[in-house]
Ligand binder design. Sequence first.
Ligand code: NI
Length: 135
Amino acid sequence: MRIAVFRKAHFNAAHKLYNEEWSLEKNKEVFGLCSNPNYHGHNYDLEVKVVGEVDPETGFLIDLKVLKNIIKTEIEDRFDHKNFNLDTPYFKDKNPTTENICFLIHELLTAAMDPKFEITVRLWETERNYVEYPA
Ligand code: NI
């Protein structure tokens, strides 16, 4: 029986979106408020979907305590109250857009979890805007 389990999480983090090759004006035009040179914060909401087979011994797809701890260690402890541009090497030369953050979260969770699970990540940057990976 293939089934999906979901777990939600939350973290706050700062970022700035910009392209060094562009003028301040063009950055502002393309990235809007997110191009503010002194950074700004977002309240990110995360939803992790895990798909797989139910374990006949436990009746669980995955123990939610285990999933909760993986999300805490890999994502919340790493990103909460941090600055994506300055604190995460992955964003040294890459914009911390919702797309790129969502992709990175998927990479981190996939590396930390049993490969038998299929993982989908949804990340909300605002109440109305969210990204899902894989598409
Ligand atoms: Ni922003």
